[in-house]
Design a protein around this ligand. Structure first.
Ligand SMILES: [Zn+2]
Length: 412
């Protein structure tokens, strides 16, 4: 016998695992073209994930059209991962879901979040009973319904009345595909409780906002679809859940979101550049202001600009020590990091000048997306410093010393 390549031996061990689960499946899999023409990383992952399922689920998954043609896209691997998570929590449910239209037809971001949503909702008996008695659930989830499923767990937890309205089909959904010349397009979904005529002003704003954001960034948005819900939870403001974002209903009717920049702020949170709040929130406010100028030629007034910071601290290092948490307590200081973050970013733009600032900005976000990397405060500082002209370095240091206060900053 010739030596096996690593890929071939991986394939054999995966198939052996699968044959332990279902002896009929390996011959079927060996008949697939993508398994016979050499094994890629994603091929290995897909087979490994299939091996985690039991016989009924694996057989259905192996027969869906996108699996037969090759689960080559990351999104397809993500859907297999979500299926394995659901299978772990309920094998019976994973069979049902793998048979549904939204799962079989095509693989989008919302299909992955819908499978996770089913797993989450299944863990709360009351939420689950409410959902599963609906005919739209019972007759199988369609693609549009998968979009609604995406927003359900967040509302079930924070706004039960919204959960009930959504489950009862008392909502409106607008969807459109917005062309983005640099990267192709992005699918936009807007779910809301107020009736609207044809295309709403909010959708028009969303459509132009994604284009303005991508133009400013200079590279593709990190997501190919955006799901937005106007929540009736007035106190919540905006929340980005990673899968979608919500904005409170008070911003629906009269479009103050054009003034407050809430939509752009929340879209910006799809860039996950770091875990601490100042840079992420500062970026979101900075971009909201920038896009407000680009689109409407007017100053937006993010809520954070009106948020006060504690008087006994002078930079974010001192705030972090004295007022722990992502949102410093009490509530009047809630947006203090937003405030400082935007000040630091604006300060850097002025200190570095537009060209070098934009080069640093682009490197930070592009590395974040392409390498899936998050940064520490010190790394953010270094990335800005790297693009700063020599005669402006002391100005940049001054911004960090005064407003950040981290010990990684050289003294100006
Ligand atoms: Zn935010």
């Amino acid at each position: 016998m010739d030596d096996l390549t690593l890929a071939e031996s991986t394939l054999i061990s995966r198939l052996a695992t699968i044959s332990g689960v279902d002896p009929d499946l390996p011959p079927v899999l060996l008949g697939l073209e993508w398994i016979n023409d050499g094994i890629s990383e994603n091929d290995k992952l897909a087979l490994g994930l299939l091996a985690l399922l039991d016989q009924p689920t694996a057989e259905i998954v192996a027969a869906v059209p996108w699996f037969i043609t090759a689960p080559a896209e990351d999104q397809e691997i993500n859907l297999l991962k979500a299926t394995a998570r659901l299978f772990n929590s309920s094998p019976a449910l994973s069979v049902q879901v793998a048979n549904m239209d939204f799962f079989r037809d095509s693989v989008e971001r919302h299909d992955v979040s819908a499978v996770d949503a089913i797993k989450t909702l299944n863990q709360d008996p009351e939420d689950w009973a409410t959902l599963t008695k609906q005919s739209w659930y019972k007759d199988g989830i369609t693609d549009d319904e998968a979009v609604v499923l995406t927003v359900l767990p967040g509302q079930a937890k924070s706004v039960p009345t919204d959960y009930q309205s959504l489950v009862d089909n008392r909502f409106y959904m607008e969807k459109t595909t917005a062309p983005l010349p640099p990267s192709g397009s992005v699918d936009l979904y807007l779910v809301r409780f107020l009736e609207h005529q044809t295309e709403s002003a909010t959708m028009t704003h969303l459509r132009s906002a994604v284009l303005a954001i991508e133009n400013y960034m200079g590279f593709p948005l990190p997501v190919k679809e955006i799901i937005m819900l106007f929540s009736t939870n007035i106190d919540a403001g905006g929340i980005n859940y990673g899968t979608h974002f919500t904005l409170d209903l008070s911003e629906d009717a009269s479009l103050p979101q054009l003034i407050e920049g809430g939509i752009v702020h929340e879209i910006t949170h799809f860039y996950r550049v770091m875990d601490s709040s100042w840079f992420g929130e500062g970026t979101a406010n900075f971009l909201a202001t920038q896009v407000g100028f680009d689109l409407y030629n007017q100053e937006v007034a993010p809520g954070s600009n009106r948020s006060s910071c504690p008087n006994d601290v002078t930079n974010i290092t001192e705030i972090a020590a004295a007022y722990p948490g992502y949102y410093p307590e009490p509530i009047v200081h809630r947006f203090c990091y937003h405030n400082y973050g935007e000040k630091i970013i604006r300060g850097l733009k002025a200190a570095m000048d537009d060209g070098p600032f934009h080069a640093a900005w682009r490197e930070i976000f592009q590395t974040n997306i392409e390498e899936d990397r998050k940064f520490t405060d010190a790394e953010i500082y270094q990335l800005f410093l790297k693009h700063t002209p020599t005669d402006r370095i002391s100005r940049v240091n001054k911004v960090f010393v005064q407003l950040h206060g981290g010990d990684f900053v050289a003294s100006p």
